[in-house]
Design a protein around this ligand. Structure first.
Ligand code: GLA
Length: 736
């Protein structure tokens, strides 16, 4: 691993164990020469500067043709590179042209944190800073690259400085761009809607622009700030794939442009819709980090690099290492219809079953009897919780359970004390009635006094009782953008300032309460992004808790996120979202691939299901470490085959592994299925065990142990299960 500079070629090379990322300066322009499997040389010849129409200094007549094909590392607007640009400025004179030339560079043995923004971190890092400048516009761009000693990802970020004497407006500042020849690549995106988040899409990259974006003020249910560029016939373990993931929680754009010469330009950064940033002389704008992952070991190789990176270099706090308490959340159990007695009854039964924490969801504050009111009034509704929060937490704690609570701190209901006192605290354009969503407005937390109110309101509740977990929700998109505080020429900053305000609030929260377990949420999974992972080790995946729907959601999520980050619960049947019935056992297997918990009225579910809970919790404790810390291998995708699903978690030392197999559709007169496993040590002998739910213990499936090479190449026989939506776990433990 290391970063080097070759003065002869003015070339830069970043090497991780498996990956190289190369750039070189040609005629003052910083070009992108290579990103891919590790190579020995610097690849500067791939800039093709000897090809017609030659470099501008030798042939100024055709500068535009050069600009339109040179693989610019950080393309800018208006100079004849028509393939999309990462930086678009507007000068005081109203001009948008910017031409960045290499100025200097620096290589260091550390990775600096990004001010006010989430970013990967780690002690054993190397970084490269390349300064580019446009002397006429008075703009400097600092391109930052970092690598860690134990991971193959390359991190990029950018900051733009105004070194002129006049104001400059940034109309677009993307965080990364790189060019490469198209080799019949396909684009991978993660898309969906509420209750159907992050389904995987793969499609061939035709000519022109392709990609995903959000202009909803948050990451969104609809798209993930990720694109993958995959070789033809990509599989889980073979083929090449590039993954590009933005560490950000607001508007984004992630695109690929396939140009006239069949070259691809990949770009990622803050969405330019609703974005403008004024830079006064001397000011600097820091754009969020982008993670670039290259894998020559298929999609699985990419997933594992992302998982390790996020687990080791993004997630913080004590729960990064610790198993998360098995929680029971009352949302699907009671919705708004609860009081202290109901919650205590749930807690009593939960305690008997071995559940470790009660989470009180929406509805405990103000006059919040439904979702039409009271957001912003963060005082306990004592009609529901007699004796207040202190009393309730004491009762819950006395049962041996931790206590957690739900907030939606960024919101304000028009029917709330807060709105009556401060109608001007909601984001709106003066003179226009802002649109409602779930009957609520968004607080303008970019204003300090509002941010302080929000923080103090949350802190007051947390200080009033023994609260060990917070679910931080956010249930609407941003619209009607208007700030009462910002001047006219800074109104375009509101969306980004909003995201920075969320980050500041969460940073304050986890700093003041370092032992708190924070779970982010946004109407399910609309803010499932690496930005939020910097503050909370887990994020609620989706409001769809149906185990079968969850297969696709969790598969898409696990393409880039570690399983330890995915909020997943066992809920009641028929499932509240789809009405499907799934065996309790299967619901447990699917939730085991996430944080694991319950979202049901444990006092009301069928006795047979309730009886299974202690066994499921034992199962969780038996396998959670493997799930949370192991390597993830996808074996089959129900999303693709519509019949069955399977994945594996393999310990880093390959001494044990867990196979989860879900048969969604039972078929008559079918043989057993031979499933080829992955990720095992070919030379190790594995004993096969299953988890017996009846007795809550493992049992040996067969006396015969099989070697890893047999299990991976020949496969393992999985019997046809009786019925739909059935599942089983197989634990593989190496002998000796
Ligand atoms: C969102 C969350 C749910 C629940 C409700 C409460 O939809 O995703 O889990 O907390 O809000 O209103």
């Amino acid at each position: 691993m290391g970063i080097s500079y070759d003065e002869r070629n003015m070339s830069f090379k970043l090497d991780t164990a498996k990956v190289s990322y190369c750039m070189a300066v040609a005629d003052g322009y910083l070009g992108h020469s290579y990103f891919g499997k590790r190579i020995s040389d610097d690849a500067s010849q791939l800039l093709r500067i000897k090809e017609a129409p030659y470099t501008p200094d030798k042939n100024a007549r055709d500068k535009l043709s050069f600009m339109d094909c040179f693989p610019m590392e950080y393309p800018t607007h208006g100079t004849g590179d028509f393939r999309g640009d990462a930086l678009k400025i507007r000068t005081a004179g109203g001009h948008r042209v910017c031409e960045l030339r290499y100025a200097s560079h620096e290589i260091t043995k550390e990775k600096k944190r990004l001010p006010g923004l989430p970013a990967t971190f780690g002690d054993k890092a190397e970084s490269l800073k390349i300064k580019l400048a446009d002397e006429i516009a008075g703009v400097e761009a600092e391109l930052n690259y970092s690598i860690f000693d134990d991971n193959d990802a390359v991190m990029r970020s950018v900051s733009i400085k105004n070194v002129s004497n006049e104001d400059i407006y940034l109309e677009r500042v993307l965080s990364a761009a790189f060019d490469m020849d198209n080799r019949e690549y396909s684009l991978i995106t993660l898309n969906g809607t509420w209750a159907r988040e992050r389904h995987i899409d793969i499609y061939p990259i035709g000519k022109g622009f392709h990609g995903v974006s959000s202009n909803r003020g948050e990451t969104s249910h609809q798209h993930q700030p990720f694109i993958g560029i995959a070789s033809k016939n990509i599989s889980q373990e073979t083929g090449e794939v590039y993954g590009v993931h933005l560490v950000y929680s607001g508007n984004f754009q992630a695109t690929v442009y396939n140009d006239q010469f069949d070259r691809l330009r990949v770009m990622s950064g803050i969405g330019e819709d609703d974005f403008e940033w004024k830079l006064s002389p001397g000011e600097e704008f820091v754009a969020p980090e982008v993670v670039l992952v290259y894998s020559s070991e298929g999609l699985g190789g990419m997933s594992r690099t992302f998982h390790d990176l996020y687990r080791d270099h993004l997630i913080r706090g004590k729960y990064r290492e610790l198993p998360r308490p098995v929680l029971i959340n009352n949302w699907e159990a009671t919705y708004f219809d609860f009081d202290d007695e109901k919650l205590v009854k749930i807690a009593e039964q939960a305690a008997k079953s071995g559940i470790e924490m009660l989470v009180m969801d929406d509805g405990w504050f103000g006059n919040r009897y439904d979702d039409n009111r009271a957001l912003g009034d963060w005082t306990v509704n004592e009609e529901k919780l007699k004796g207040g929060l202190g009393k309730l937490t004491e009762r819950v704690n006395a049962l041996g359970l931790k206590f957690g609570i739900w907030f939606e701190p960024e919101m304000i209901s028009p029917d709330s004390e807060l709105y009556r006192a401060h109608p001007d605290w909601a984001i709106a354009v003066p003179g226009r009635k802002a649109g409602l969503c779930r009957n609520q407005y968004v607080l303008d937390i970019t204003r300090k006094e509002i941010r302080d109110y929000v923080f103090d309101a949350v802190a007051k509740v947390l200080d009033s009782a023994n609260i060990e977990y917070v679910k931080w929700d956010m249930n609407r998109q941003l619209a009607d953008l208007g700030s009462l505080e910002l001047p006219a020429d800074r109104q375009g900053e509101l969306s980004h300032r909003y995201v920075l305000a969320v980050y500041e609030l969460q940073e304050r929260l986890i700093t003041k309460y370092p032992d708190l377990l924070l779970e982010n949420c946004s109407g399910g999974g609309a803010r499932f992004d690496p930005g939020m992972l910097y503050y909370s080790p887990q994020i609620w995946c989706s409001d769809d808790t149906d185990a079968i729907e969850r297969l696709a959601i969790q598969e898409g999520t696990a393409l880039i996120y570690p399983l330890s980050a995915m909020g997943a619960h066992v809920s009641d049947c028929p499932n509240h979202t789809v009405g499907r019935n799934t065996p309790f056992e299967t619901r447990g297997y699917v939730a085991l691939a996430g944080t694991f918990g319950y979202e049901l009225d444990i006092t009301k579910i069928p006795e047979a299901d309730r009886k299974q809970i202690p066994a499921q919790i034992k199962m969780y404790h038996r396998y959670h470490e493997l799930v949370a810390k192991g390597d993830y291998y996808r074996i089959a995708s129900y999303h693709e085959n519509r019949l069955w699903d399977a994945w594996m978690c393999v310990s880093k030392d390959k001494k044990e592994a867990l196979l989860t197999f879900i048969q969604v559709v039972g078929r008559p007169n079918h043989h057993s299925r031979i499933v080829r496993l992955s990720g095992l040590d070919p030379d190790k002998k594995y004993r096969l065990l299953s988890f017996d739910m009846e007795n809550a213990e493992e049992k040996i499936i067969s006396e015969v142990c099989l070697k890893g090479d047999t299990l991976m190449n020949a496969g393992l026989v999985i019997p046809q299960l009786w019925g739909d939506n059935k599942g089983l776990l197989i634990h593989l433990v190496s002998e000796g």
